[in-house]
Design a protein around this ligand. Structure first.
Ligand code: FES
Ligand code: FES
Length: 180
């Protein structure tokens, strides 16, 4: 028996913009972001929710886009790496990863940054154990863990400095508040 492909239209809010896509409701969000919207920050790694390379923020929480069907995300606010900042206006976490050389091949970088941003959004003053716990399920096959941890420690400092410099403009202003 053949399975019927029933495409539907979905309106998504991605990086602050509303976009309409047509897809089978079971299509992983990761495929839509990369193939339809050309947002290649999230990477395809395992496709099984285990490596973290495909991390995105959904309503401020870090989730794995390879495990989320497009049919489950309408009305949720999605932020990808591209929505955090760009070359002229880096997010402090992006800056920290550059300054601390927190990557070798860079394949895990998207997931590491997204997990760090989500951590700092819910806990602006994480301790070492909090940082390690937040990144525990993000795999890095290059063994860049020491530099990645340094980058997140530096991100904590940069985020605090940014908050002091511009108290009314949160460094997380591009990211929706974490929903309870
Ligand atoms: S590709 Fe999504 S968790 Fe590995
Ligand atoms: S830098 Fe290569 S997988 Fe982490």
């Amino acid at each position: 028996m053949t399975t019927m492909f029933v495409p539907s239209f979905f309106t998504l809010k991605v990086n602050g913009r509303n976009v309409v896509v047509e897809a089978d409701p079971k299509t992983p969000l990761l495929y839509i972001l990369r193939n339809d919207l050309a947002l290649n920050g999230p990477k395809y790694g395992c496709g099984l929710g285990e490596c973290g390379a495909c991390g995105i923020l959904m309503d401020g929480r870090a989730v794995r886009a390879c495990t989320v069907p497009i049919g489950a995300v309408s009305s949720r606010a999605i932020t990808t790496l591209e929505g955090l900042g760009d070359q002229g206006r880096l997010h402090p976490v992006q800056r920290a990863f550059i300054e601390e050389s927190g990557a070798q091949c860079g394949y895990c970088l998207n997931g590491m940054i997204i997990s760090a941003v989500a951590l700092l959004a819910r806990n602006p003053d994480p301790q070492e154990a909090d940082i390690r716990e937040a990144l525990r399920h993000n795999l890095c096959r290059c063994g860049t863990h020491v530099e990645i941890l340094s980058a997140v420690r530096k991100a904590v400092v940069l985020c605090k400095a940014a908050a002091i410099a511009a108290p009314s403009a949160s460094v997380h202003s591009a990211i929706p508040e974490v929903q309870a």
